[in-house]
Design a protein around this ligand. Sequence first.
Ligand SMILES: Cc1cc2nc3c(=O)[nH]c(=O)nc-3n(C[C@H](O)[C@H](O)[C@H](O)COP(=O)(O)O)c2cc1C
Length: 395
Amino acid sequence: MLRFSTAGESHGKALVSIIEGLPAGLKISTEYINEQMQRRQQGYGRGGRMKIETDQVKILSGVRAGITTGSPIALAIENRDWPNWEQIMAVEAIPATGDKTVKRPRPGHADYPGAVKYNHADMRNVLERASARETASRVAVGAFFRKFLEYFDIHIYSQVISVGSVQVVPESVDQQGLADFRSRVEESALRCSDKSKEKEMIDFIDQARLAGESVGGSFEVGVLGIPPGLGTYTHWEGRLDARLSALLMSIPAIKAVEIGDGINNARTPGSKVHDELRYQAGKGVYRLSNHAGGIEGGMSNGEAIIARAYMKPIPTLYKPLVSVDTDQWVEQKADVERSDICAVPAAGVVGEAMMAYGIAAAFHEKIGGDFMEQIKSNYDCYLDYVEKVWKWARI
Ligand SMILES: Cc1cc2nc3c(=O)[nH]c(=O)nc-3n(C[C@H](O)[C@H](O)[C@H](O)COP(=O)(O)O)c2cc1C
């Protein structure tokens, strides 16, 4: 079973994570992981923090000479800002929190419910962990799952499809066009493939910044090269759509997830929603559309898996909303922390990492094996079955 966990505070010494169950024999390098983490740090609308940090991973265990051993993998990412917070975040001494104490919870953040739940008079104890800084760990961990999937020619991409009220029609992506699509998205400050809309998105964010506002939006994550049969309809918790939605929903500020054209499908007649099966001798079974987002009955159906996630506006506002001073018990403006105005592009990169985990876990459950060559041989056997017996036309 593939699983991972993370620990660490936003201004603590380091973020750490552990991956368990990853097979032996997977080639990975710190450069590859760092590249993925740098993608998370980009994007128009990020705050000052991203200028301080250039995340670098340290692999502490589970990898020898650039190859996984099958043992638990431990990772650490130092927080570059730690020296400025050493006193405030000290583990041993009683922290001299001073003006970094948080007593006026930000609406939309974890501050108030977290303080109530754990009885923290200083809500810094809540926000340090609730902060999306934790998603740096997820991207580092996700790099392993991504690399695992690449070995089997399964590829993940993302694209921003809205920033505030500026919407883009998502570009349809296939294996042939993937490299070109990726290079355009990676060059875009908004991770958006539509150049003409990018300027509008930038203007939208600039205006929000001037108004002391924050911005949300949405992104699409796609997975190419998945065979039919991952996940199951036989028990509720095994349904692939449910699993992937939960993973995307676990990203801070994501408040809605759709699989394929889920939202539009709800208002469209069935004949225009369901993707007809076609067959051609020599080609096999294929579809002309993919409104289902590659999942039917909780299982991959052999089409690209497509999910979209919707992010609320960042809760920290430089023109803060009304809150309550929990020392004085009077209404006051909420506290302000250094913050992003818009983090939709970064959230898309985190979405890729969570998707990589979900797909790798379902793939490994289905195909099995403890080392890469063994999994490859099992997989080849499965592909042979799917193609010969069920005529799957690989896309
Ligand atoms: C990549 C990323 C960056 C974020 N940056 C900030 C930020 O700078 N300031 C902030 O208040 N919230 C930020 N958020 C959102 C908060 O972490 C999130 O809204 C908060 O933890 C409350 O959780 P919830 O929105 O899921 O209820 C970010 C989220 C993501 C995914």
